[in-house]
Design a protein around this ligand. Structure first.
Ligand SMILES: [Zn+2]
Ligand SMILES: [Zn+2]
Length: 184
């Protein structure tokens, strides 16, 4: 297990779901060795909303999160978002930076016309959170389709991969953390 004294803040932006927070916190503590603090932000900043597309703009939200909080932060937003050049994103992170964000709307089975499935939904949230935090610590994408750092262009690919780092990514993660990445 990776161990360090780093603290990661997990913020739910615009909603409050304590069960979901607990699932993400647990994953972050056991897989990345962070201590976690959690908080809630009542609303999503409107300047990050693109009315013409009905989606939030991921990078604007990411810089808002960076400005609003100090230290390492993972924002969770119950909405749909895109980044310039892409139709949508499941999440985004500043590579080797301080903040990451995960968007929930496309992780829900209902979005694809399927019945609600809380376990499946929470598993997807955990995978995407680990993926973005991997980027935050400095990992790139991994060619191993089962590794949590593999790139997912669709929900099918999210479901295909696991929630763990492959041995190669895990080793790199430990090296980056030992070198001070992921330390406040
Ligand atoms: Zn990625
Ligand atoms: Zn990997």
């Amino acid at each position: 297990m990776v161990r360090n004294l780093a603290v990661l803040r997990i913020v739910e932006v615009g909603f409050e779901d304590r069960d979901l927070l607990e699932v993400v916190s647990r994953g972050v503590r056991s897989k990345l060795g962070f201590r976690t603090i959690v908080s809630f932000e009542p609303s999503i900043p409107q300047e990050s909303f693109d009315e013409s597309r009905g989606q939030y703009i991921s990078n604007i939200l990411l810089s808002w999160i960076s400005k609003k909080f100090s230290g390492l932060v993972l924002g969770i937003v119950d909405a749909d978002a895109y980044a310039p050049g892409l139709n949508f994103v499941f999440g985004q992170a500043q590579l080797g930076g301080r903040s990451a964000v995960v968007f929930l709307k496309r992780l829900r089975p209902e979005f694809y016309g399927r019945p609600e499935d809380e376990d499946l939904f929470l598993m997807r949230v955990e995978k995407e959170s680990m993926h973005e935090l991997g980027h935050l610590i400095g990992l790139g994408h991994c060619p191993d389709r089962k590794c949590v750092m593999s790139f997912s262009n669709s929900i099918v690919e999210v479901d295909l991969k696991g929630s763990d780092f492959c041995p190669r990514c895990y080793l790199l993660l430990r090296r980056l953390q030992a070198a001070g990445r992921g330390l406040p």
